[in-house]
Write a new protein. Structure first.
Lengths: 228, 555
């Protein structure tokens, strides 16, 4: 654009966008923006949690039955993977704050890798559900001794809606991580400028926390079932 | 108190459009479609919303034509269902919700708080594109034959029985909602972090308070409708049973989730209008808004209470009477902050130095219509009376009084008030007053009879009715024609003014506020030559030497 755009630009700091006065203002705006975004995410998932709660109170036995056949080992493994990825993400923020380029790149790549591991395990779990006709809306079948097929299907509707929405957030996270790694490679982040790493860390931790709630609600409630 | 007219052209240097402003900063299509300037994005929204408004109005015209006679002689029931559904979806998701926030809010928030732009200009542009994507989905819906579920998309009709384009229409609403979330998020961060030095929270114009409260609702409520519509799409597309009673689902849960968003969304559709009104009333009365902090907090009050009243839409939907009682009580509470605003506005006019320019006509029009709409809201929140009035034309009249009589009136008024700032030119005063008067008369003639016919028992959403209701419906249709003229006029003279309007100068109303006093009309791309430093409260009209004097522009 013309020079008009710079009429009132009060700074020439290449790390500060034209609408901001200084780095402090920019950092505050960016992190407040991410927190506000996460609040709306809570409300977004909140709709699903509300639905889950209502139907679990309607059909407790079928929810336990549906939960009983989820693979707790894979779920538990994935929980550990995500907690570990939160740790690597926190270390990435720490590295950026201390201008440690090498370890920043390393931790970001580790986070991305762990994210892919999580998604890979999810694919295994989903395909196993597919083989057993446990996907709602696609010829759902239920042959277990406990639970009512109709109501277990509702459990699985929520299972897929909630974990699917969570996986979608993981995929978006991975898609953002890749350009961040490239920018880190180019030395864009250092102790004076690391806001993108920091707010991405907020997002990543949020997605982890959602899983921390999903895991017990979906996998663990079936542990009390007594079959046979 | 004799008003002394300022001699015309006393010190008047000839007014001219500033040589550098946001409108002439590049003329290419690209410079508009890839702009990061909040003012240009506001104009982009204005063009889009104007088109959707005409589209929604066309559907309304069809409805009013059909209802001219008791028999269904113009269209079939199914076509009629599509007409009122498309009217509702277009007007709510694509006109009312974006109208003031995305157009006036985008244009004014940075100017009013002394910032160069919103906090996230790219996100701002993106939300316009997301909005347009939603608009394209909506057009596709219309081309493929529309949708007939009512704008509420109630299950199980929408998920199992409707033969229309429910998934496309819900995707359109979902997408538009996403844009609304991004806009609200941007505004919240902007108000928190971008205020000029000295612009403390209690020096903010009340428009900013109102938009801030609106943004909170947009960010907190919209995601719930988003996920609800996703579940509805999955249910309809894959045959899931989440809301289907035959498969163990609960259709009332859908209503709860839907209204958890859609009732707060009603306040997305009135709070911004209240903000516009506060600005205009201070200027036309040349006084600080009476009880500034009460008006500011009442915006937040409405936003907060608005989250706990959704159950008043479910008085007859198997909700327990105790829940109904609680929701009824909380709904009454909304009247308190609304009344605080109304009384403070009228108190502002009292002993004000009122000037009879077109913004005043819109102010008075808003007050009249909003009071009628608000008081009839109390009828509907009375759980017992609502059983009688539920799903009648009384409800239709009530929410049109608030949304159209309130919000659209305020939006039009705001457009008249800030038009000189946006374009640098004045529209013809006479035509502005005429438009406001026609809208007021036409609106009352259209919707007041609907209160009566609704009370007498005419249900909404039917294309036929008993002959004894015809008089009321003929009045409605006649009024709608007048209303239509009132709405078309501004389209014409606003466009006319772009080329032939008198040059406005930076502050034609001699109003207070950074957008009037510290920059040109139209403002330059970066808004201000120097970042303003704020040293006084909002609306300090008493400091103006020309207070209590008829202004030059009225001649």
């Amino acid at each position: 654009m013309s020079e008009q755009a710079h009429i009132s630009a009060a700074h020439h700091d290449p790390f500060v966008a034209h609408q901001f006065d200084d780095r402090a203002q920019q950092t505050e705006a960016v992190s407040l923006g991410m927190w506000a975004f996460l609040v709306q995410e809570i409300l977004f998932f909140g709709g699903l949690f509300t639905g889950y709660t209502v139907y679990r109170s309607y059909y407790p036995d079928s929810f336990i039955a549906g939960s009983y056949i989820l693979d707790i080992k894979l779920g538990g493994f994935n929980t550990a993977v995500l907690i570990l990825s939160s740790f690597t993400m926190a270390m990435a923020v720490y590295s950026a704050q201390n201008s440690k380029k090498g370890s920043l790149i390393g931790y970001l790549i580790a986070t991305l890798f762990l994210g892919f591991v999580f998604l890979g395990v999810k694919v295994i779990e989903y395909s196993e559900k597919f083989h057993h006709h446990h996907i709602p809306g696609f010829g759902f079948q239920w042959h277990e001794p406990i639970g009512n097929a109709k109501n277990v299907e509702i459990f699985y509707s929520f299972y897929f809606a909630m974990t699917g929405m969570h996986a979608l957030h993981m995929i978006i996270g991975a898609a953002i991580l890749i350009p961040l790694i490239i920018l880190a490679w180019r030395g864009r982040f250092h102790k004076d400028y690391y806001a993108p790493i920091e707010v991405f860390g907020l997002y990543w931790h949020f997605v982890d926390i959602v899983w921390i709630f999903l895991f017990p609600l979906l996998y663990l409630i079936g542990r009390h079932a007594h079959v046979g | 108190m004799s008003a002394v007219a300022v001699p015309k052209h006393e010190e008047a240097p000839a007014l001219e459009i500033p040589s550098q402003n946001y409108l002439n900063d590049g003329y290419s299509i690209r410079s508009w479609l890839l702009t990061l300037d909040h003012k240009r994005i506001a104009i982009l929204y204005m063009v889009a919303v104007a088109i959707f408004f005409l589209m929604g109005a066309a559907f309304a015209l069809m409805i009013r034509l059909e209802l001219l006679t008791p028999a269904g002689d113009f269209m079939e029931a199914e076509t009629y269902n599509k007409m009122f559904t498309m009217h509702g979806v277009v007007m709510i998701f694509f006109v009312l919700i974006p109208s003031i926030p995305a157009i006036l809010g985008n244009f004014l928030i940075p100017l009013m708080i002394g910032a160069r732009d919103v906090a996230f200009p790219r996100l701002n542009l993106m939300s316009w594109y997301v909005f347009m994507l939603g608009g394209m989905l909506l057009l596709t819906t219309a081309i493929f034959g529309g949708v007939d579920t009512g704008w509420t998309f109630y299950v199980p009709f929408s998920s199992m029985f409707s033969n229309s384009n429910v998934i496309l229409a819900t995707m359109a609403a979902f997408t538009a909602g996403f844009s609304s979330i991004l806009t609200g998020l941007n505004f919240i961060v902007t108000v928190h972090t971008m205020r000029a030095p000295g612009m403390t929270w209690f020096r903010l114009p009340l428009f900013i308070w109102a938009l801030y409260a609106t943004s909170l609702i947009q960010v907190l409520a919209t995601p719930v409708i988003a996920i609800t519509l996703v579940l509805l799409m999955l249910e309809r597309g894959l045959g899931l049973g989440i809301f289907n009673p035959a498969l163990g689902g609960d259709p009332v849960l859908f209503q709860h989730l839907f209204w958890f968003y859609s009732h707060p969304a009603v306040y997305i559709m009135i709070l911004p209008g209240m903000g516009v009104l506060s600005e205009m009333i201070a200027c036309v009365a040349r006084r600080r808004v009476f009880g500034y902090s009460f008006v500011a907090f009442s915006s937040l009050g409405i936003a907060i209470i608005g989250f706990f009243v959704w159950g008043h839409h479910l008085f007859v939907s198997t909700q327990s009477v105790y829940a109904g009682l609680a929701f009824s009580l909380i709904t009454f509470l909304v009247a308190i902050p609304s009344a605080i605003k109304t009384f403070n506005w009228t108190a502002t006019l009292y002993k004000g130095s009122i000037s009879y320019e077109s913004p005043l006509y819109f102010v008075v029009g808003f007050l009249g219509l909003f009071v009628i709409g608000g008081v009839t809201g109390l009828f509907l929140s009375t759980a017992g009376l609502d059983v009688h009035l539920h799903d009648t034309y009384f409800v239709v009249a009530h929410f049109h009084y608030i949304m159209v009589g309130g919000e659209i009136m305020a939006f039009l008024g705001g457009l008249h008030f800030w038009w000189p700032k946006m374009t640098g030119r004045l529209y013809p005063e006479f035509w502005g007053k005429l438009s406001a008067s026609l809208v007021f008369v036409g609106f009352n003639l259209t919707f007041f009879p609907q209160f009566l016919v609704g009370y007498l028992g005419m249900p909404r959403r039917y294309h036929t009715y008993p002959p004894e209701f015809q008089l009321f419906n003929v009045m409605s249709t006649a009024g709608a024609s007048i209303l239509g003229v009132g709405y078309i006029l501004p389209f014409i003279y606003f466009l006319w003014s772009l080329k032939y309007g008198k040059v406005a100068g930076p502050n034609p109303w001699r109003a207070k506020g950074l957008e009037w006093e510290n920059t040109t009309s139209p403002p330059p791309t970066g808004n201000f030559e120097h970042t303003p430093i704020v040293t006084e409260e909002a609306y300090e009209y008493s400091h103006l030497p020309e207070a209590n004097v008829v202004r030059a522009s009225t001649h």
